[in-house]
Design a protein around this ligand. Structure first.
Ligand code: NDP
Ligand code: ZN
Length: 353
C-alpha cells in the first residue's frame, strides 16, 4: 500500500509499505477523508517527537472499516467510522486510573504517527476497535467528521481542564481550530463572556460565530494588561491556552482570578521551564490551578461529541476552509498547514464520499 510519510525530520514523501495486520481486537480501515493538524507540522518540521524514519503521518480522519479481528463485537467491514487521534489501550492501568491518554506511559495513548503508522495511508490499523472507533452518524459529512478526531476533543478538553461553569468569564489564548473549539465548548458550558486572543481575520470571524464576545491581539501589548483593562482590573475566572509559547503561562496567571483554573492543551515546543509569577500566584497561596492535558480518546466521548454535531448544537463547517479532493493533494495541504496563510483554519482532503 502507499502512504504519505515523514522520511526524516524536515523531509516527507510517498512510500510503499506492507498493509498492516489485524489482531483479534483490531480493525483495518481505509480513509474517507483526512485532515492535517498543527501537530503534523510540529512532528515533521520541528522534530517534536524526535527522529522518525518512513513513518506514515496523520491522525485525523474518518474511514470505512475493511477488516476486523474475531473479538471485535460492534464494527464490521463496510461500517463508516469516526477515527480518534488518541487510541488508548483500554485495559491498561493508566486507563483504569482515569488517564487513558497516558496508557503505556506519558502521552502514549497517542499512537498514530507517533509510535506507529498514521492515517495518511491506503489502509491503517486501529487497536482496540470496540473502545476506540465510533460509528459515523449519517447526517455528519466526511469533512466535518475529520474535526471530531482531534479539534473538537482537544478544544473541549481545554474547557474541561479549566472547568468552565455557568456565567464564567473565560479567556481563550489562541483561536486556531483548537482554540475555536475551546470557544465553542466554553459557550456550550454556559460562559457569560469569552475573550479570544488571536489575529487571523478568518479565525476572529469564526470565533465570533462560536460565541467569543471580546478580542485581543497578542501583537498589541501584553495579554494580561489588555484583559485587566477589559475587566476593570478583576481578571477572568477560567483560561484555556491553545496557542502561543511558554510565556503565555505568566500572562495567564497574571489575569486569572484567585481560585481560577488554567487548562492548557497547547504544545510547548521550546524552553526548559515555565515561569509562574510569584506575586500574582498569590505568593503560593492563590488557589490558581494550572492543568495541561492531552485529549482523551474513547468511543463514548467521541459519540457524545458527535451527538452535539448531529443534533445541530455544534456547527463544524467554519473550520474546514480548504477542502481538496484526492490523495495527490495531501502534500499541498500539509505545506499549507505549515505556512498558515491568513485565510486558513483547517485543510481537509476528501478521498471517497
Ligand atoms: P494554530 O497555529 O492554528 O493556532 C494558534 C493560535 O495561537 C492562533 O490563534 C495564533 O494567532 C495564536 N498565537 C500565536 N502566537 C501567539 C502568542 N504569542 N500569544 C498568544 N496567541 C498566539 O494552532 P492549532 O489551533 O491547530 O493548535 C493549537 C495547539 O494545540 C498546537 O500547539 C497544537 O500542537 C496543539 N494540539 C494539542 C493537542 C492535545 O491533545 N493537547 C491536540 C492537537 C493540537 P494568529 O491568529 O495570530 O495566528
Ligand atoms: Zn491533530
Amino acid at each position: 500500500m502507499k502512504g504519505y510519510a515523514m522520511l526524516r525530520i524536515g523531509e516527507s514523501g510517498w512510500i510503499e509499505k506492507e498493509r498492516p495486520q489485524c489482531g483479534p481486537n483490531d480493525a483495518i480501515c481505509k480513509p474517507l477523508a483526512l485532515a492535517i493538524c498543527t501537530s503534523d507540522v510540529h512532528t515533521l518540521w520541528e522534530g517534536a517527537i524526535g527522529e522518525r524514519h518512513n513513518m506514515i503521518l496523520g491522525h485525523e480522519g474518518c474511514a470505512e472499516v475493511v477488516e476486523v479481528g474475531n473479538l471485535v463485537k460492534d464494527f464490521k467491514p463496510g461500517d463508516r467510522v469516526l477515527v480518534p487521534a488518541i487510541t488508548p489501550d483500554w485495559n491498561s492501568l493508566e486507563a483504569q486510573g482515569g488517564y487513558p491518554m497516558h496508557s503505556g506511559g506519558m502521552l502514549s495513548g497517542w499512537k498514530f504517527s507517533n509510535f506507529k503508522d498514521g492515517v495518511f495511508s491506503e489502509f491503517f490499523h486501529v487497536n482496540d476497535a470496540d473502545g476506540n472507533l465510533a460509528h459515523l452518524p449519517d447526517n455528519i459529512n466526511t469533512v466535518d467528521a475529520c474535526m471530531l478526531s482531534d479539534m473538537v476533543p482537544t478544544g473541549f478538553h481545554g474547557v474541561e481542564l479549566a472547568d468552565v461553569q455557568f456565567g464564567d468569564t473565560v479567556l481563550v489564548i489562541g483561536i486556531g481550530p483548537v482554540g475555536l473549539m475551546a470557544v465553542a465548548g466554553a459557550s456550550l458550558r454556559g460562559a457569560s463572556r469569552i475573550i479570544a486572543v488571536g489575529t487571523r481575520p478568518v479565525c476572529v470571524e469564526a470565533a465570533k460565530g462560536y460565541g467569543a464576545s471580546d478580542f485581543i491581539s497578542y501583537k498589541e501589548g501584553p495579554i494580561f494588561q489588555q484583559v485587566l483593562d477589559m475587566t476593570d482590573g478583576k481578571g477572568v475566572d477560567k483560561i484555556v491556552i491553545a496557542g502561543g509559547g511558554v510565556e503565555t503561562f505568566a500572562e495567564a496567571v497574571k489575569c486569572l482570578k484567585a481560585g481560577g483554573k488554567i487548562g492548557n492543551v497547547n504544545y510547548l515546543g521550546s524552553g526548559d521551564s515555565i515561569e509562574i509569577p510569584r506575586v500574582e500566584w498569590g505568593v503560593g497561596m492563590g488557589h490558581k490551578q494550572i492543568v495541561g492535558g492531552l485529549t482523551p480518546g474513547g468511543r463514548l466521548r467521541m459519540e457524545k461529541l458527535a451527538a452535539l454535531v448531529s443534533s445541530g448544537r455544534l456547527d463544524l463547517s467554519p473550520l474546514s476552509t480548504h477542502v481538496f479532493e484526492g490523495w495527490e493533494h495531501i502534500e499541498e495541504a500539509l505545506f499549507l498547514m505549515r505556512d498558515k496563510p491568513a485565510d486558513l483554519i483547517k485543510p481537509v482532503i476528501k478521498i471517497e464520499d
